[in-house]
Design a protein around this ligand. Structure first.
Ligand code: SF4
Length: 386
């Protein structure tokens, strides 16, 4: 495989661009659609035997485009919740993850995709943040991760969530192109409403996403309404104040005419007090919300049941649905970022969610956490799997 292959990847172009590029090499209209469907919908690398398209055209297409794949290095199944985390290696050696997640409906699953190799935002409760940013993932890498996970799935894959490693809105164009590929009939065939983008709160990108009118769902991690506190929990995302973030959410809710989903990473003793409940009412009391509470998975800041219930009670005047989420794959070091983290380096310092650095140097399951999963309200872990 050519590591510096300059050709465009056939699975890495937004569908309209791919069809235009195919037309330019002699495969317009239905010929182009058939080729694209063969490569993505049918997940095949064999273009040359495609019927009803001239062989000379297929040979030109095969010469013009790359079709190489990610290498699947390792897969780890969580016996408690049934999720399967897959570690992939790109042609340049970059490691990144995707997670197969069984949904409550017994025949359906979704795929949690990474958008970057590592992440620059350094959220204090996240293993990936401790890796730093290596690079953005290309569209074809996200699409191929989805296809490979789907191929291994014993259930129908009905959705995709950009909620793995990285900040999707810091790789906006490639992520949106990947989402377009996933929802195209010649691509993943996933409904736009079943594709979710999760952001730590990159305000200009939220505004752009709103203005562009994409059909995808949005989850925004707020996690504190107090500027300094949010800066200690989510330093990289705190360039914009909670007020600026709230304004962008308000505009999004108005433009879409629907609730916005706000994720809240619950850290005991840090962001579960009355000041935060009042802050939410002050900032977003006029916005239709859905609140996703996610327990930080790091002792000693993991909230107890009583603390969570107390926070839910404090939030009740807001009148918004409050849903508890859990981080899939917490067993066996397989929460988001862990598989790649343990392969990248054994010297990634763990940080207490309150902000203080502490040992051990090697990431452990007890120091991991990822924000979580929109449509998988999972009151009880499922045991079904691939
Ligand atoms: S939680 Fe998300 S945005 Fe924050 S460091 Fe981790 S991957 Fe990056």
């Amino acid at each position: 495989m050519r590591l510096t292959d300059p050709r465009p990847h056939l699975r890495g172009l937004a569908p309209e661009a791919a069809l235009a590029a195919l037309a330019a090499v002699g495969a317009p209209g239905s010929h182009g659609r058939r080729i694209l469907a063969r490569a993505i919908r049918d997940d095949s690398d064999d273009l040359l035997t495609l019927p009803r398209v001239p062989k000379a055209v297929l040979a030109r297409v095969a010469d013009t485009f790359r079709l190489d794949r990610l290498e699947r290095v390792e897969s780890v199944r969580d016996e408690v919740d049934g999720s399967v985390k897959h570690l992939f290696r790109s042609p340049d050696g970059a490691l990144h993850e995707a997670v197969w997640i069984p949904l409550l409906r017994p025949d359906a699953a979704t795929v949690c995709l990474s958008s970057q190799v590592g992440c620059s935002l350094d959220c204090s409760f996240c293993a990936t943040g401790r890796l730093g940013l290596r690079r953005n993932l290309h569209t074809w890498e996200m699409v191929d991760a989805f296809l490979q996970v789907r191929r291994l799935s014993s259930r129908r894959v009905t959705g995709a969530v950009f909620m793995g490693q990285g900040e999707p809105f810091l790789n906006y164009d490639q992520v949106i192109a990947a989402a377009e590929v996933l929802r195209h009939p010649c691509g993943g065939g996933v409904s736009g409403k079943a594709i979710t983008l999760s952001t730590a709160g990159i305000v200009p990108a939220i505004r752009r996403f709103t203005a562009e009118g994409h059909p995808y769902r949005l989850i925004v991690s707020l996690t504190s309404t107090v500027r300094e506190r949010r800066a200690s929990l989510m330093p990289g995302a705190s360039r914009w104040s909670p007020e600026e973030l709230a304004d962008a959410l308000r505009a999004h809710a108005r433009a879409r005419g629907e609730r916005v989903t706000v994720a809240w990473v619950c850290v005991a003793g840090v962001n579960m007090g009355e000041d935060e409940a009042l802050g939410l009412r002050r900032l977003l009391g006029d916005v239709p919300l859905r609140l996703n509470l996610i327990e930080v998975n790091a002792d000693p800041r993991r909230p107890s049941e009583a603390q969570l219930q107390a926070f839910v009670d404090l939030l009740s005047p807001l009148g918004s649905p409050v849903v508890r989420r859990y981080s899939v794959g917490r067993e066996k070091h397989s929460a988001c970022g862990m598989l790649a983290a343990t392969r990248f380096s054994a010297a990634v310092p763990a940080r207490d969610p309150g902000g203080e650095e502490r040992a051990p140097a090697e990431p452990s399951a007890s120091t991991t956490f990822r924000r979580f999963l929109p449509s998988f309200s999972v009151p009880r872990p499922t045991r079904s799997g691939t």
